[in-house]
Design a protein around this ligand. Structure first.
Ligand code: NAD
Ligand code: IPM
Ligand code: MN
Length: 361
C-alpha cells in the first residue's frame, strides 16, 4: 500500500482549525482507495516566532525537502508583521522548491449561489494559473532614509524569460488538455517594460500550441469580466500580484473565500509541492469554531490529484458537492449556521455513503 510522507504546517489562526478536519477526510479517502498518509506536523507559525525569533528553524527548508508534499493551513497573525511571517516561511518555500505554478480553480460548486446575478449551476468553471516565484513579489528594492523627509520605498517588478516561459508553457498545456482557451492577464498599456515583455513571450509561444485559442486582457478590464461574464474563461494565466488579486475575486464569485483552494506546484516534481487554501489565518473569526474547512479540504483534493489518486480526489469533490447541495450543512460565510466540526462530521458521513463508481463520477 503506497504511503505518502506529508509535512503538515497548520500555521496560525484558522489554519490550525481547518487543517485537522481536512487530514481526517484525506485519511478516510486513503482507507477507501488503498493508500495512506504519514503526517509529520510542524508547529512553524507566528507563535513559534514569538518563542524562537524565527518562523521556522534555520534548517527548515532542508527538513521540508525530504517530504513528498507539504500541506499548509495559513501563516500570519497580528503581533508579527506580515513581511516577517511571509518572507520567513511561505515565500521561501514557494521559491526554494520551484513551485512556480500556483494553480487556483474557480469553480461554482453544486448548491452554492454565486453572488453574481444569473449564473446557472456549473456556470463558473475556470482555472487561474498564477506565476508564483517572481514578478511583483521581487526581492529587488528596499526602504531608504527612514524618518527623513526624503524617505522612500521601492520594489522592482522582475520577470525573467525563463520564469515567464515556464509558467506560460504550463498554462498552454493545461488549456490544451481542457477547453482549449487561454487568456493572459496583462497591463501593457500602463506598465511599459515588464508587461510588454510578458505579452511578447505569450505571443511567441502561442504558435507552438495551435489548438489553443488565445486572448489578452488588461488586468483592470479582466477583473470586470470576472464579474460580468465569468463563463467565458477556461484558463487564465497571470503574474504573481495580478493572480493573487484575481483569485480572491475568483473566490468571491464562487461564494466564499472559505472554499477556494490553491496548489503551489513544482511541475518537474524534483521538489515537494505545497497545497493550501487561498484564504489566510482570518484573525477576525479565529477561535470561534466557525471557519469553513472546505478550502482546506479542496486543497487536499488537489494534493490527491497531484499524487495520482484521481478517483480519491474526485470522491472528495463529489462529497463536498453533496454536502453543499443536499444537506444544507454550511458555515456562516456561506449563509449557514454550522460549525467547522459539524461540516467535518457531515463530510465524513457523506463520504462513507458514496458507493459506486457512478456516484463518484
Ligand atoms: P483572510 O483570508 O485571512 O481573511 C479575509 C476575510 O475572509 C476575513 O473576514 C475572514 O474571516 C474571511 N475568511 C477567510 N477564510 C475563511 C474561512 N475558511 N471561513 C470563513 N471565513 C473566512 O485575509 P486577511 O485578513 O487579509 O489576512 C489575515 C492574515 O493571513 C494576514 O496575516 C495575511 O498576511 C495572512 N495570509 C496568509 C496566507 C497564507 O498563508 N497563504 C494567505 C492570505 C493571507
Ligand atoms: C496568497 C496570499 C499570499 C500571497 C500572501 C499572504 C503573501 O495572499 O497565498 O494568496 O500574496 O501570495
Ligand atoms: Mn492572496
Amino acid at each position: 500500500m503506497p504511503s505518502h510522507r506529508i509535512a503538515v504546517i497548520p500555521g496560525d489562526g484558522i489554519g490550525t482549525e481547518v487543517v485537522p478536519p481536512a487530514q481526517r477526510l484525506l485519511d478516510a479517502a486513503g482507507e477507501r482507495y488503498g493508500f495512506s498518509f504519514e503526517w509529520t506536523e510542524l508547529d512553524w507559525s507566528c507563535e513559534y516566532y514569538a518563542r524562537t525569533g524565527r518562523m521556522m528553524p534555520a534548517d527548515g527548508l532542508e527538513t521540508l525537502r525530504e517530504f513528498d508534499q507539504i500541506f499548509l493551513g495559513a501563516v500570519g497573525y497580528p503581533g508579527v508583521p506580515d513581511h516577517v511571517s511571509l518572507w520567513g516561511l511561505l515565500i521561501p518555500i514557494r521559491r526554494t522548491f520551484r513551485q512556480y505554478v500556483n494553480l487556483r480553480p474557480v469553480t461554482l460548486l453544486p448548491g452554492i449561489d454565486s453572488p453574481l446575478r444569473d449564473v446557472p449551476a456549473g456556470g463558473i468553471d475556470f482555472l487561474v494559473v498564477r506565476e508564483n516565484n517572481e514578478g511583483e513579489y521581487s526581492e529587488v528594492g528596499g526602504r531608504l532614509y527612514r524618518g527623513t523627509d526624503q524617505e522612500l520605498a521601492v520594489q522592482e517588478t522582475l520577470f525573467t524569460r525563463a520564469g515567464v516561459e515556464r509558467v506560460m508553457r504550463y498554462s498552454f498545456g493545461l488549456a490544451a488538455s481542457r477547453g482549449g482557451r487561454l487568456a493572459s492577464a496583462t497591463k501593457s498599456n500602463g506598465i511599459i517594460h515588464t508587461m510588454p515583455f510578458w505579452d511578447e513571450i505569450f505571443r511567441e509561444l502561442a504558435p507552438e500550441y495551435a489548438e489553443v485559442e488565445t486572448s489578452e486582457y488588461h488586468i483592470d478590464a479582466l477583473a470586470g469580466l470576472f464579474v460580468l461574464d465569468p463563463g467565458r474563461f477556461d484558463v487564465v494565466v497571470a503574474s504573481n500580484l495580478f493572480g493573487d488579486i484575481l483569485t480572491d475575486l475568483g473566490a468571491a464569485i464562487i461564494g466564499s473565500i472559505g472554499i477556494a483552494p490553491s496548489a503551489n506546484l513544482n511541475p518537474e516534481r524534483d521538489h515537494p509541492s505545497m497545497f493550501e487554501p487561498v484564504h489566510g489565518s482570518a484573525p477576525d473569526i479565529a477561535g470561534t469554531g466557525r471557519a469553513n474547512p472546505l478550502g482546506q479540504v479542496w486543497a487536499g483534493a488537489m494534493m490527491l490529484e497531484h499524487l495520482g489518486h484521481t478517483d480519491a480526489a474526485r470522491a472528495v469533490l463529489t462529497t463536498m458537492g453533496k454536502v453543499l447541495g443536499e444537506t444544507g450543512v454550511r458555515t456562516p460565510d456561506l449563509g449557514g449556521t454550522a460549525s467547522t466540526a459539524e461540516v467535518e462530521q457531515e463530510l465524513l458521513r457523506v463520504f462513507a455513503t458514496l458507493e459506486d463508481q457512478e456516484e463518484r463520477a
